[in-house]
Design a binder for this molecule. Sequence first.
Ligand code: 9MR
Length: 523
Amino acid sequence: MARSTLLFLSGLLASAAPVVYAQQFGGTLGEVSAESVLSSSGSPSSSSSSSVSTSSSSSTNSNFTSSSTSTIDLAAIGLHTLAKANGLLFFGTATDTNLFNDSAYMQIVNDRNMFGILVPENSQKWQPIEPTQNNFQFNNSDRVHSLANSNQQMLRCHTLTWFQQLPAFVTTTAWTRATLTAAIQTHIANVVGHFKGACYSWDVVNEALNDNGTFRNSVFFQTLGTDFIPISFLAAAKADPNARLYYNDFNIEFDNNKTAAALNIVGLVRRAGARIDGVGFQGHMTTGQTPSRQAMANVFRKFTALDLEVAITELDVRQTSLPPSTAQQAQQATDYVSMVGGCLDVDGCVGVVAWEYTDRYSWIPSTFPGTGAACLFDENLEPKPAYTAVASLLAAKATGVPAGATIAGIGAGLTNSGAGGAGNGGGVSGGAGVNTNNNGGSPSTSSGTGSNSGSQGSQGSTANIPSAEFIGNFGGRPGLVAASSVNGANAGGGSNSGSSSSSASGSTSTASSSSGSGGAYGY
Ligand code: 9MR
C-alpha cells in the first residue's frame, strides 16, 4: 500500500473519529452503544490481505464523489480507529522529541486514526526528568504531552521507579531506608503531580523482576527490599488519583516464573494498602517465539481475574536475521496477530502500544546487533505485512467482514455486503464502529447485511467534538468511562484501591508452568 493512499484515507477519516470516541465513552452524541456496534464474533481471518473491493458510492459527499478509488484498503483506516471499533481504548506508539523534526515520521504519529495514544519513549524517565536531586526538567516530556494534546491523543506515562536511565545521584548516593524512600516520594510527587490529569496511566514500577522471577538487585531493592514497590504506588496514587497505575514488565507473556512473580507483585502492592490498576505486558517479542493467541489470552486472564486491566505496552517483534525473507515477514505478521488477537479476546485488555511504529527508529538494532525489522512499518515508513495483518484482524473482528471480502457502499461507511456482522451504517451523527468515513451516517440503521446506501448526514456534526479520552475523562471513575469501552474491566473502577485481601492470595497461588520459554529479550 502506498503511503499516499494511507494518508489520503486517513485524512478523509479524521473528522469522524471524535464521534466514535464520544459514543464509546458514553457521550450524548450517539445512541449506538459500543456493544451494539461491536458485536464482533467469529474468528478473524488470518489473511494478510486487507484490500476490499467497493462499488461506487451513491454518496453526495464531495469527498467521495471526487474519488475514483474502487478499492478500500482496510488497513488504511488506521489502527486506533480500528482498535476503538473493537472496544479497545487505544492503539498507540512510543515517540519522543528527538524525532519531532522528521516530518514524514511525524505525519503518521500525528494521525489520530492511526495512533490514539502516545508514550514518551524516554523523556519521562528519571534521568532526563530529575537529572540532579530536586531539579526537575519537564521541557521534553511537556512537548510530547503538548503534541498529544494538540492531536487529541491520549498519553501513557512512562516510567517512575525503574533500574535503568537513573541519574547519578540515585545510583551513587549512600541511601538509608528513610532517605531513599523520601527521594522516591519526592520524585513521584513532582513528576506525577506535574502531569496530573494528563496521563491515562503511569508505569509506576518498571521491570522489577529478573527473568527467573526473582527481584532485580536494583538500588531500590538493595535499600528497601520489595517495599519500594508499594512506596511507589502509594506516592503515585496520592499525586494523581485518576491515573491508572501499572506494573510494567517484559517476558511475562509466557506463563512462566516471571509471570507468577508479576502476579505476586499485584498482591504485594495491595497487601500494603496501595492501589494498582493494571499490568503492562511490554511485548518485546521475537519472530517464531511468540505465544499463540490463545496462550497470550490465557496469561492476560490470570491478571484480569484479579480485577486488573492489562495492556500491551511496548510491542515489537524482532527478526533474528536481516533482511527478513518473505517467510520471515509472514511469521512476524502471525506473531503480531497473536499478540493483538490475545488482547482482543480478553475483557480487560484495554489496548496496544507499538514501541516505535517504524524500523527507522526502533531501539532493537542497537541493543541486539544483527536483529531488527521489528516494527509495523519499515524504515521508509511503508506498512509491512505485519501492519496489514493487524489492521485486517481488527477490521474483520469489528465488522464481521472477513479480510478480503467485498464491501459495498463506502458512502455510508464500511458496510457489510459480504458477511453481515456489526451493521455499520447506523449511528446518529456519523456512523459507528468502523464507520469512519467522513460523511455522517444515515440515522437509519443498517442490518449489517447488504450494502448500505444510506444518505449522507451532516458533516458538521462531527466537527470539534472533544473526545472524552482527550479531555481527561478516561481517568474518571466511576462512571465516566463506559464499562463497555474497556470491556468491563473498569466497571466500578476505582474500587481497586484497598481491595487488597481478595487479590493477595490469588496472586501467589497461581502456579507457574516454568516453561522457561521466552527470554527473548533481556538486559
Ligand atoms: O526505547 C528506549 C530506548 O530509546 C532507550 O535507549 C532505552 C534506555 O534503556 O529504553 C528503551 O525503552 C525501554 C522502555 O523504556 C522499557 N522497556 C524496555 C524498552 C526497550 O529497552
